[in-house]
Design a protein around this ligand. Structure first.
Ligand SMILES: [Zn+2]
Length: 65
């Protein structure tokens, strides 16, 4: 099980770095990871971006409310 733990840690580290870099393309607000999606933290916008194969798809066309 230690192998799986190591993988989880790496995954979380990558996510944190990504979340620091990422911003909502629609409103430039900060985003957070929630329920396997990237969610815009601006309540006026609140777009939800899918994560495919571990890569956030930061496209307004792909986003849902
Ligand atoms: Zn937004």
């Amino acid at each position: 099980m230690s192998g799986a733990d190591a993988n989880t840690k790496v995954h979380i580290m990558v996510d944190k770095v990504l979340l620091d870099i990422l911003a909502c393309p629609a409103c430039q607000s900060d985003v957070a990871e929630k329920d396997g999606c990237i969610v815009c933290l601006n309540p006026q916008c609140a777009l939800k971006y899918p994560i495919r194969d571990g890569i956030p798809v930061m496209l307004v066309d792909e986003a849902s409310k």
